[in-house]
Design a protein. Structure first.
Length: 134
């Protein structure tokens, strides 16, 4: 299932990301993984193939975990202990933002109420929304 391939991708990010990107700065690693997520959502918007869906789920797992790993590594290396909580709060504010919650509900509504291509249009919306929030 998609959750299993996502989880395998997340584990793989922790195991192989450092070997693949040894000479790349953390900021660029975060950008690369963010672009991978965006590209994957774009592909999901236009496909109905189960194999491609599972591969994309795997890539989203890698990219999400990789982004989180390198974001935290960047914070720990570059932000002092006296302000790290406030800086982390700035990075995580989107999770508590009502605008994000409203957009998520709209996406879910579109996925479940749109006829034939509902899920694809939801992924396309997520890709557009992700691009605008970064």
């Amino acid at each position: 299932s998609a959750e299993v391939t996502y989880a395998i991708g997340a584990v793989m990010a922790g195991l192989i990301a450092n070997y693949l990107f040894k000479k790349v700065k953390n900021v660029y690693k975060i950008i690369i993984f963010s672009l991978l997520i965006s590209a994957t959502f774009f592909v999901l918007a236009f496909t109905k193939n189960l194999g491609i869906f599972l591969i994309c789920s795997f890539l989203i797992g890698i990219a999400n975990a990789g982004t989180r790993i390198y974001r935290m590594d960047y914070l720990f290396r570059n932000v002092g202990n006296e302000i790290i909580g406030r800086v982390n709060g700035i990075f995580n504010h989107g999770h508590a933002d009502r605008g994000d919650d409203i957009r998520c509900c709209i996406h879910a509504y579109r996925v479940y109420t749109t006829d034939h291509d509902g899920a694809s249009s939801g992924y396309y919306d997520c890709d557009i929304d992700f691009d605008q929030s970064r």
